[in-house]
Write a protein that binds this ligand. Structure first.
Ligand SMILES: [Fe+2]
Ligand SMILES: [Fe+2]
Length: 310
């Protein structure tokens, strides 16, 4: 049997993954690995950028200068996360322009959570606490992902996400120490965001056909259900400290498992939101397209300037 060059490269790749070493842009990689990474990192980048909208909605109506400064900084951080991640996809041969087109045309997705509206200022706190909290559960294992540029981007992103979560919790804590009306606002917000936050980990493992391959490649380190459990276990004691009730009658500690038992989100609603029929899908994409069109002159000017420099 003759060993082809391709077989040797595949062997080296497999050995690198088995050693838990990193694959770098200059290394050979299977086409499926490259495509899976581009899709996952692009979806992640799109989520950061679209995720600026629900909270950006409240920047002009922040209740104090301090809250406005915090919210502005947080939304800007998310733009930064999008940029690191688009840069990581460029190391795999994708271009930001092509990925933005795929987002706007609906060919690539972003996290379902950002298709829900933000109806009160308490939502800024709840998003920080639960949505950034869920993002941290998803993303901390990605710091050890097998593709170098993605893992390194995640290290910095995770540091900022944990700051986001703390600011959200602090905002909610402040409101919970306020008036009855403020406490009711927090509870109403948590009631709306709890189930969509659980959906952020994706469908149950049994309905997640790509998980096994992604784990074999070292792209993903934990399954959707494992991450969801981690998030529930982390959030329940925090909800107790806050004094809010999580809207799940099945939520209770299971001594045998050493974890909380919990109910399932409405997976039919999740499927609908992913298909584009969520409460804000159309609005989010229209806004992104408008912002992209409005930025055309900046891209043109930058291109003209770069041509002159050469
Ligand atoms: Fe982020
Ligand atoms: Fe964040």
């Amino acid at each position: 049997m003759t060993v082809t060059h391709e077989d040797e490269l595949q062997e080296q790749f497999d050995a690198t993954i088995a050693r838990h070493d990193r694959i770098e842009p200059r290394d050979w990689m299977p086409e499926g690995y490259r495509k899976t990474l581009v899709r996952q990192i692009a979806q992640h980048a799109h989520s950061e950028i679209i995720g600026m909208q629900p909270e950006g909605n409240w920047i002009t109506r922040a209740p104090s200068l301090r809250r406005k400064a915090i919210l502005l900084a947080k939304v800007q951080d998310e733009a930064g996360h999008g940029l690191y991640l688009y840069s990581a996809t460029e190391t795999l041969g994708a271009s930001r322009r092509e990925l933005t087109d795929m987002l706007i045309s609906g060919k690539q997705k972003y996290s379902s959570i950002f298709n829900y509206p933000t109806l009160s200022y308490a939502d800024v706190g709840t998003i920080g606490w639960l949505v950034d909290g869920a993002a941290i559960c998803n993303q901390v294992p990605l710091c050890r992902t097998s593709y170098g540029p993605y893992g390194r981007a995640m290290i910095r992103i995770c540091k900022e996400e944990s700051f986001h979560q703390r600011q959200g919790f602090e905002l909610l804590m402040t409101m919970m120490r306020g008036t009855d009306e403020q406490r009711a606002m927090v509870q109403e917000s948590v009631d709306r965001f709890w189930w969509p936050a659980l959906m952020m980990f994706g469908p149950p493992d049994a309905d997640s056909p790509n998980t096994a391959q992604s784990m074999a490649w070292g792209i993903k380190r934990d399954t959707n259900d494992e991450l969801r459990q981690k998030f529930v276990d982390m959030s329940v004691p925090q909800a107790e400290v806050l004094g809010v009730t999580l809207p799940d009658p099945e939520l209770r500690w299971n001594d045998e498992r050493g974890h909380y038992d919990f109910g399932q989100p409405d997976w039919e609603e999740f499927a609908q939101v992913v298909r584009g029929a969520g409460p804000c899908n159309t609005q989010r994409i229209a806004h992104r397209k408008r912002a992209h069109d409005d930025g055309a002159w900046v891209r043109e000017a930058a291109t003209a300037f770069a041509a002159r420099e050469i």
